[in-house]
Design a protein around this ligand. Structure first.
Ligand code: XIL
Length: 386
């Protein structure tokens, strides 16, 4: 039986040193195992510097330094970072006449101080948006024009504030259903007014206004399951082509890539990367994590995912961590192969203890130690010839 590296690896994580036993020998090998040697934990941003930006989602504890060990990992390993929540409408613009800039200002300052490319997530989404956005003073649904005006105000204020400091924006997040059609969100219902012609209007306007607010910012469409559902991937392609045909700036599509131990398949991931890249835009992996829970909901709808419902006491077992490491190695071998199409790879969080999906889905464990999955990702980069 092959011993798990995670059982043999132990770290002095905060000092950034790794003490790791040498590669385990097969059971039948009679030689005594070699003494543990010390080796540096390589910085991911160095490992991938010639391939793509690499980063993670930062929560407020990291940005403020309350999670000092998490911040140390981010500073050491990331060349890019996304705010996990602090730029979302609900947090940055909780009331009609009130913006709460402080947390997002802190995130942008953290990125600048630590030379990370800052990514804005996200401007127009159906989740984490307050209900007042879609209603008038009397609680009635807004008209199309009033909602468009409200959306414009928000985009101009938020993108404008960080003009020249946030390099790229997830302008529209998760607008698609699994079948590739637009979701029936208030954005579509109100701005689309039930007319097929107007369904995509909110997307077009959002991209136009984001561009006006910061002409140098890169603008992205972002969604999950693009690597799982071909119909959804086609839906994203349709959005890109529609914007392009109207001369509206779009620079890239973000594949969130909330995966699991058994998905996505190599074929599905390659299909999404190549199909999206064929439209001429960059492709990014924007929210990478791998669920260790074997059962349950597979998507990334935040209404269906909760850390409680996905908790899994066995997640940290050596067997699960081995599977996790293998899945990460497989995914990274695809990403490395497609390095010319991929501009950025961002993990959705820093360490398991703060992951939004519970279990053990990231490269660092609850004690901030790099896991077997960390080393398998590094190894994948060294095994590729490029
Ligand atoms: C998640 C955050 O990680 C959680 O902290 C929050 O409670 C809910 O949202 N797709 C996205 C992200 O685009 O914004 C979501 O982030 C995860 C799914």
């Amino acid at each position: 039986m092959r011993a798990s590296l995670s059982l043999l690896a132990f770290t002095c994580a905060l000092s950034g040193r790794l003490c790791v036993a040498q590669t385990p020998r097969p059971a039948e090998d009679p030689r005594p195992s070699a003494p543990a040697t010390e080796q540096e934990v390589p910085a991911l941003k160095k490992v991938f510097e010639d391939l793509f930006l690499i980063g993670g989602a930062l929560n407020r504890n990291v940005v403020t330094g309350r999670d000092a060990a998490g911040a140390a990992i981010a500073v050491k390993h990331f060349s890019t970072a996304t705010a996990e929540n602090d730029l979302k409408w609900q947090l940055i613009h909780p009331q009609l006449d009130r913006y709460d800039w402080e947390p997002a200002d802190g995130y942008v300052a953290f990125c600048e101080k630590n030379r990370m490319v800052a990514i804005g997530h996200c401007l127009v989404w159906h989740s984490q948006v307050p209900r007042w956005v879609f209603r008038d003073d009397s609680g009635n649904p807004l008209t199309r024009d009033a909602l468009l005006a409200r959306m414009k105000d928000h985009i101009v204020a938020v993108v404008g504030r960080y003009r020249g400091r946030i390099q790229g924006w997830d302008v529209v997040n998760e607008a698609l259903d699994e079948n590739g059609a637009l979701r029936g969100t208030p954005w579509v219902r109100i701005i689309g007014e039930g007319s097929a012609d107007k369904q995509y209007d909110f997307i077009e306007h959002a991209f136009r206004w984001a561009h006006e607010a910061d002409p140098d910012a890169e603008l992205f469409y972002n969604d999950y399951n693009l690597e799982v559902s071909r119909a959804k991937c086609d839906g994203a392609v349709a959005i890109v082509k529609r914007l392009q045909s109207k001369g509206i700036r779009i620079d890239g599509v973000g594949i969130q890539l909330h995966g699991g131990l058994g998905y996505p398949s190599i074929e599905g991931l390659e299909h999404a990367i190549t199909t999206l890249a064929a439209t001429g835009v960059e492709v990014m992996i924007t929210e990478l994590d791998i669920r260790t829970q074997a059962r349950g909901y597979r998507g990334a709808d935040i209404g269906k995912v909760s850390r409680k419902s996905t908790s899994d006491p066995g997640a940290a077992s050596a067997e699960t961590q081995k599977k996790l490491a293998d899945k990460y190695a497989e995914i990274f071998s695809v990403l490395i192969e497609h390095r010319k199409e991929i501009s950025r790879v961002t993990f959705w969080g820093i360490h398991d203890g703060a992951s939004w999906i519970g279990g053990s889905p990231l490269l660092f464990d609850r004690s901030y130690k790099p896991k077997e999955a960390f080393f398998s990702v590094v190894k994948a980069s060294r095994e590729r010839q490029y």
